[in-house]
Structure formats: C-alpha cells, structure tokens
Design a protein around this ligand. Structure first.
Ligand code: HMG
Length: 398
C-alpha cells in the first residue's frame, strides 16, 4: 500500500578527496587516445585520496555540514554503505559517529552490495522513518574505486562520499513507491577479501547492467509504476558517465521508443557533471548524479526523477523521486563545486605512489603524515587500529 506520508531526502552533502589525476595525464602515460576517455567513456579526471584520507574521512566530511544545519536530535540510525570497507567486523559508521559526536542512543550499521548499497540504505531509512516519522536517518555512501594499474578499469577509478538525511516532509526529494527490483547471480565485477583492487569483466559488466535496466523496469511497470513520459530526468549509477547514456538508450529501446540523442542528453546529461570529474564512487555515484542534477538544472519543483541503482553481482532497483517545491533554498551547490575545485592535480608519479601504497600489517605504530586539508584525517595505525582525528582546520560549512 503506498505510503501516505512523504518521506525522502531532506538534505544532501558530498565530499571527495585532496587530489585528482586528469585523464590527459593518464593518456600521456599509457599512450591511450584521450578521446577514448573524454568522449568514449565520458571521464575527464578522477579523485585520488591523500594517504590520510579514506572512506571514513570522506564520509565524516560529507555528513558534518548536515549535522551543523539540522542537529542530531532526531537521528537514531546511521547507515553506512560501502564496498571499500576498512574493517571486516566493525562498521565504518562507528568512526563517523565518534568523529561527529553523535549521541550514544544511535544504531549504526554498514551495508554492502557493490554499488547498490547506498540505495539499500536509502530504502531501509525510508522504512524506519515510516515506522516513526519523528525520527531521521543519516545515510552515508562512501567509496574509493581502485583497479589494477594498466587495466581497462583504471580509467574509471574515483572516490567520493554522499551523506543524506532521510526524513518525513523532505526538503529535497520524496522517495516514491513502487520500486522495481532485480537480482541475478553474475560475476561481472567482484573483489575477494585478499585483494585491494577489483576484478572485472568489462564487457560482461556492461551487459549485466543493461539486463538489470530491463529487469527493474519490467518489475516497476508490473507493480504500477509511472510511464516513461512522466519522468523529467534519470539518475543512473555512473561507473563512467557514458554508461548513463548507454543505459537510457537501452531503456528507450526496451520500451519501443525512438532514440533521439538530444533527448537522451537532456534526460541524463545534467546528472553527469560531478561524476565526469570525480570518477566511479561506487555506492555514492548515483547520488552524486542527483546532487549534480539538483545543483545545475533549471527548477525541477514537482518534477519526477527516475533512479536506476545498479550494483555488480548483481542487484538493481528502479524507483521514482518527486522534487519538493522550494528545494533550491536547501541546496549546497557552492560547497559541492568547492569539493571539486579544491582538489590538487597530481602528476603520474604521485598517482602511482598513492596507488601502490599499502600500510604495514604488523600492528606497529604508524603515524600518517598530514596531507589532507579536509576536516578529518586518518592520523595513523597502532595495534591494528585505525586512529582518526579532526584536523585543526576543519572547513566545516553549514
Ligand atoms: P576499454 O576496453 O578500455 O574501452 O574498456 P573500449 O575499447 O570498450 O572503449 C570504450 C568506449 O570508447 C567505446 O565506446 C569506444 O568505441 C570508445 P562504446 O563502444 O562502448 O560506445 N572510443 C572512443 N571514443 C572517442 N574517441 C576515441 C575512442 N576510442 C574508443 N578515440 C570499460 C571500457 C568500461 C569496459 C573499462 O573501463 C572497464 O572495465 N571498466 C570497469 C567496469 C565498469 O565500469 N563496468 C560498467 C558496468 S558495471 C557497474 O557499473 C558496476 C561497478 O560500478 C561496480 C559496482 O557495482 O560496485 C563497476
């Protein structure tokens, strides 16, 4: 039965890393044609973490401005979605809970299903708020994507976090019912516990994603979802931004619609601005697409947005969101643009050193030199524990 209460995204804030590598630098190093990167896959640069940055520091940096604006009084749950976890047992969200000084009367949990985890978190949050509309849930999606040097996936690396406050009477986007769901057991992309880089069958992963577009749309329409013409824009998971275009063309073909390239660009183009320069941020990617759309598109009040969340392995979900009138007063567009512009460009040698860096695993005392100018940092490792700290220059913006 559809919910009578409007529940959805009340606030949204993004964070990324200290550094970025341009695809021009990568192409100059590996001899690839830059056109393949910039037009073929639609990527211009990728975010790279400083040695004292990880999913926890990005997540805390994304969430801190939300807590400054709203306080933590109504937050009783923190859901942290990631596939680049820092521990096999402890939820990364507990470090964030501690860095942000959240109350002890909070449940904190980590969710994993490749890039789909953020959407699982959002839907679980909607259900919790439905049970008690006085409560709010902090949903954080934070990931670093890393592939082997010289592999086809290398050009699709990236890093970012998105924090969302899920609430009744949301100021930004209401999450609508129904959802179209799809699961299939495919080995298109995976990362065994003993590896720091993902394994992927690139072509298989693209076709698995497109199968999931069909599967979710079929289930969505069978459950009484909206028709294609009712949507003003589509936010797709973006492992690389060209994938959003491919997915939308596939959906139009599946629905027997004529494919007009201009219309496809209008439907997905505004969602790609941040992902094109940040790269694949896995769980956060689709919500970076939403941030870019809300920050840069003309007024979308009362318009419907389609969301297609895909996580390799594979699980996918299609759902609609309706934009709240007056949402523009609650956006963080300037701060989001600053997240991108504050990154320092690095050369190939520095990128390679970051890529190849690994902390010792002997449980010794290893302070990490300060590199990030962000609000939180990994201060070191000691006794197999990660130690985080607030920096002296927190740059926190409400
Ligand atoms: P590749 O072999 O390096 O590239 O792999 P390619 O040869 O297929 O070329 C890419 C595109 O550039 C092609 O266009 C070329 O024609 C074009 P397409 O045929 O696809 O439309 N091209 C050019 N265009 C303009 N000027 C030129 C030029 N040269 C070539 N000069 C691949 C590309 C995406 C496979 C690779 O980067 C990869 O393996 N990436 C990682 C896997 C991936 O991103 N998969 C996407 C779907 S799975 C997913 O989204 C889930 C994921 O996020 C993980 C999760 O869920 O956790 C990955």
């Amino acid at each position: 039965m559809p919910s009578e209460i409007a529940i959805g995204i009340h606030d949204l804030s993004i964070a990324s890393t200290q550094y970025m590598l341009t695809h021009a630098t990568l192409a100059a190093q590996n001899g690839a044609n830059l056109g393949k990167y910039e037009r073929g896959i639609g990527q211009r640069s990728m975010s790279m973490p400083a040695l004292d940055e990880d999913i926890v520091t990005m997540a805390a940096a994304a969430a801190a401005p939300i807590l400054q604006r709203h306080s933590a009084d109504r937050i009783r749950t923190v859901v942290f979605a990631t596939e680049s976890a820092v521990d096999q047992a402890k939820a990364a969200g507990i470090h964030v809970h501690s860095l942000l000084g959240l109350p002890s009367a909070t449940r904190v949990v980590e969710l994993k299903q490749a890039c789909y985890g953020g959407t699982a978190g959002l839907q679980f949050a909607v259900s919790l708020v439905h049970r008690d509309p006085a409560e709010q849930v902090l949903v954080i999606a934070s990931d670093l994507s890393k592939y082997d040097l010289g592999s086809p996936g290398e050009a699709t690396q990236g890093a970012a976090a998105v924090a969302m406050l899920v609430s009744a009477a949301p100021a930004l986007v209401r999450v609508d019912e129904p959802s179209g769901l799809f699961t299939a057991d495919v080995m298109d992309f995976w990362r065994p516990n003993y590896r720091t880089t993902a394994l992927v069958d690139g072509r298989e992963s693209i076709s698995a994603y497109l199968q999931a577009v069909e599967g979710t749309w079929k289930d969505y329409t069978e459950r009484g979802g909206r028709s294609l013409g009712e949507f003003s824009a589509f936010c797709y998971h973006q492992p690389f931004t060209k994938m959003a275009h491919k997915a939308h063309v596939h959906l139009l073909n599946y629905c027997g619609r004529e494919v007009d390239t201009g219309a496809v660009d209008r439907a997905v183009g505004p969602t790609t601005a941040y992902n094109a320069v940040i790269g694949n941020s896995y769980t956060a990617s689709m919500y970076l697409g939403l941030a870019a759309l809300l920050d840069n598109a003309d007024d979308l009040s009362n318009r419907t947005i389609g969301f297609l969340s895909y996580g390799s392995g594979a699980v996918a979900e299609f759902f609609a969101g309706t934009v709240t009138p007056g949402y523009r007063a609650h956006l963080r567009s300037a701060a989001h643009r600053a997240v991108i512009s504050r990154r320092q460009e690095i050369d190939y040698a520095r990128y390679r050193a970051i890529h190849e860096h690994a902390f010792p695993v002997d449980g010794g005392n290893y302070p990490v030199p300060r590199e990030t100018t962000g609000p939180f940092r990994l201060a070191g490792l000691s006794g197999h524990k990660r130690i985080y700290e607030l920096t002296s220059n927190p740059h926190l913006e409400a």
